[in-house]
Design a protein around this ligand. Structure first.
Ligand code: NAD
Length: 324
């Protein structure tokens, strides 16, 4: 039986990845500071542990796993990574996890290791025009990410690729672009735009206004989690190292995203634009490289994933609203 290790298995993508690997027939170990908050894990073995601790990493990597997915990171949405309040934690915690994990895998002579970087590592100067952002993989340098989160991702990408170069490991690096779906953080300050918008609309009555950070004209693309996992497993099982974008090319403004979710909810929703952290003005995935190397492109329109996500978040909101 093939074996896989998922670091960050209590998190949004890691939890979905564990379930997918189980469906594929793997024996799966998950590790995280916490269990998944919204459902039971499907992992055969789940270790609660802090990957900033080298001894924990060595204990977690106690065998030669066929596949290791390193997704653990100190992260959150714009309200967490763009305010500056968490910069030291984000830099120190994630870099320590990444250094410890690659070293533990190397010492165990594990070959296949996946690392999840982020589109936040792309230079801010290429993302000032909301209608024409540039995020091709080769546009990463001269480096100028707009957050410490992005700088740490850039550093760790280089760590994982240097172990491939110098130690013959098959490390693979993906740059995720806004992954969303059910079972993701939907409140509490670490949630991302799609979840926050679904929550606000689920709580609103038709005719209400919801608060949107900035003018809402900033653009992004959003990839449904199942599509992300298809690309992730394809990348790890390929001979291609990356870095490669894993994202959608269906770019929308945040205002358009609100309109789509309002339409799904069947509510008329106004927007109250307020100051808040917004990140770069425009960002979209550029999928030319992944199409060429892995013959992969997302197949679901944004609206389809949002429909499933809204249904899940609306159920959470209902379950968490006290009955009158
Ligand atoms: P998430 O925050 O839900 O999951 C990350 C998990 O890492 C959390 O469960 C957290 O508890 C765990 N973790 C943090 N510190 C740890 C530590 N010291 N020891 C053990 N576990 C620790 O995030 P996610 O959305 O599932 O993202 C997974 C990965 O993909 C992250 O590396 C993230 O930076 C990257 N990424 C995600 C997105 C996205 O849109 N979700 C976009 C770009 C990149």
């Amino acid at each position: 039986m093939k074996t896989a290790l998922v670091c960050g298995a209590g998190g949004f993508i890691g939890n979905h990845l564990v379930s997918r690997l189980k469906r594929e027939g793997f024996w799966v170990r998950g590790v995280d500071l916490k269990l998944p908050p919204y459902c039971d894990t499907d992992a055969d073995d789940f270790m609660i542990g802090d990957l900033r601790d080298q001894a924990i990493c060595r204990a977690v990597v106690d065998r030669r796993f066929d596949e290791v997915y390193q997704l653990a990171a100190d992260m959150g949405g714009a309200g967490y990574i763009f305010t500056g309040e968490h910069d030291a934690d984000v830099m120190h915690n994630s870099a320590t996890i990444n250094l410890n994990m690659i070293d533990a895998c190397y010492k165990r002579t594990i070959k296949n290791v996946f690392y999840s970087s982020s589109a936040c590592m792309y230079p801010a100067y290429n993302q000032e025009d909301p209608l024409n952002p540039k995020c091709s993989e080769d546009s990463a340098y001269p480096a100028a990410p707009d957050s410490e989160y992005g700088w740490e991702k850039l550093f760790s990408e280089r760590v994982y690729l240097s172990f491939r170069r110098n130690h013959g490991m098959k490390t693979h690096v993906a740059r995720y672009h806004n992954i969303f779906g059910p079972l993701g953080t939907w409140d509490g300050g670490k949630e991302k735009a799609p979840a926050a918008i679904c929550r606000k609309i689920a709580r609103a009555k038709s005719g209400d206004a919801i608060e949107i950070w900035g003018d809402g004209e900033q653009t992004r693309s959003f990839l449904y989690v199942e599509e992300c996992l298809e690309a992730t497993t394809r990348l790890l099982r390929s001979s291609f190292s990356g870095p490669v974008n894993i994202g959608s090319e269906e770019m929308v403004s945040i205002n358009q995203l609100v309109d789509i979710v309002a339409d799904i909810a069947g509510k008329r929703i106004d927007k109250n634009h307020i100051p808040g952290p917004t990140g770069v003005r425009g960002r979209n995935s550029d999928n030319r490289l992944i199409r060429e190397k892995l013959s992969w492109a997302p197949s679901q329109p944004l609206r389809e994933g949002l429909t499933k996500t809204y249904a899940w978040i609306e159920a959470q909101v209902r379950a968490n609203t006290p009955q009158k």
